[in-house]
Design a protein around this ligand. Structure first.
Ligand SMILES: [Zn+2]
Length: 382
């Protein structure tokens, strides 16, 4: 007798990423029509979480006025909640527990909505709490940084750092929808503005040479904070990231490959080594520079291609070096190299590192030559 019951099924997901501006102007119907994708004609219970960095009394009252103007669709279940952003929320498991309690007390169920507005850390942490609530309530993400809108905020990952490791505690849970309101980008500081374009450069180098050229042309306008030029770049970057999720064959990363994580093995480590003095975007920029020189040393790309990449990073005011690259442990080993081991462990199984083979194409390699990495770091030093 066969003693195995084999089970196989697939679940299809569909969610929109919608670009808009001034989402909480009462005549902007983006959020209302997004909610109406579910049971049109019904009122939906909605809770808002907003990054404390953005939570001005004006914005909070604007959100409340928006809900009051659309009571046919929105039933505001609680006053808008402001939560700490950045490192503070991303490293705080207590926040997850407190949020679950809070949402439980509000009787937010699997048919209710949570709208999260903020930077990547707030999106990641609130997303994790919502994914755990009754095994998953409906989440609408409204990322407010370039990085959130062109990469992390449009995807399917939720999580927080734990025990000194990035995203150690997390899950894959596609959102109900993503709303990219570009008007939030007008007030960003330099790091949250330029840092986010590192992810666009990353995806262009490994996937789309013409997008790389588009970035080269757009750099002066991005430096001048031209939102309409930036929006075109953000949209294309989001599209390439979403294509990897929908068409890459492994949206929940069951395999150990993570093909869009070019530059990230070092970046994740640099964030930890620097005690988060380096944010993700800047760390990714340095990671790209390091892996680009390394790829040239391996003969994968030409010197000319390497110079073009470094030039574009610089043109977008992105760093290519940090003193943290040269931090060493008591044995004299470079701390950043331990990043490759953490990266392998986070993915499980074999090490996969994406390296460019031209501007627009890439391969996976499965080992790092430690002495060549050290040489590459020396070359980046100013
Ligand atoms: Zn990233």
């Amino acid at each position: 007798m066969n003693n195995i019951i084999d089970t196989s099924f697939s679940v299809s997901y569909n969610y929109p990423t919608i670009f808009t501006s001034q989402a909480f102007d009462t005549d902007n119907d983006t959020l209302v029509t997004t909610l109406q994708r579910l049971n049109e004609g019904r009122r939906h219970r909605v809770v808002f979480y907003i990054d404390a960095a953005l939570a001005t009394p004006q914005l909070i009252s604007q959100i409340e006025a928006y809900c009051a103007a659309h009571t046919d669709v929105i039933n505001l279940a609680a006053p808008v909640k402001s939560v700490a952003g950045g490192f503070e929320i991303k490293n705080n498991p207590e926040f997850i527990i407190a949020t679950l309690k809070e949402l439980g007390e509000l009787h937010i169920d699997r048919q209710s909505f949570v709208v999260v507005i903020g930077g990547g850390s707030v999106i990641d942490a609130v997303g994790l709490a919502v994914a755990l609530l009754h095994r998953g309530a409906r989440l609408i993400r409204m990322p407010t940084t370039v990085l959130g809108q062109d990469d992390a905020g449009v995807g399917v990952k939720n999580g927080i750092d734990f025990n000194g490791q990035k995203n150690f505690m997390g899950c894959f849970a596609p959102p109900f929808a993503v709303i990219n309101d570009v008007s939030f980008l007008t007030t960003l500081g330099d790091e949250n503005w330029f840092g986010g374009f590192a992810e666009a450069i990353k995806v262009s180098i490994i996937r789309d040479g013409s997008f790389f050229e588009q970035l080269e042309q757009a750099a002066p306008a991005i430096c001048a904070r031209d939102i309409s030029v930036a929006e075109g770049i953000i949209r294309r970057s989001a599209e390439l990231h979403l294509r990897q999720i929908s068409k890459g064959g492994d949206p929940f990363e069951f395999g150990s490959a993570r093909p869009l994580d070019f530059g990230h093995w070092a970046a994740h480590r640099l964030e930890v080594i620097s005690n988060h003095e380096l944010g993700h975007g800047y760390a990714v920029s340095i990671g790209i520079a390091l892996d680009t020189i390394y790829a040239q040393k391996l003969g994968l790309i030409t010197e000319q291609e390497y110079k073009r990449i470094i030039k574009l990073l610089r043109a977008l005011n992105l760093p290519i070096y940090s003193k943290w690259l040269e931090a060493r442990n008591e044995q004299g080993e470079l701390l950043v190299i331990k990043g490759a081991e953490d990266f392998r462990e986070h993915l499980g199984g074999i090490l996969n590192i994406t390296l460019p083979t031209s501007i627009g194409t890439a391969i996976e390699v499965h080992e790092l030559d430690t002495s060549k990495v050290a040489e590459s770091i020396q070359e980046l030093r100013p």
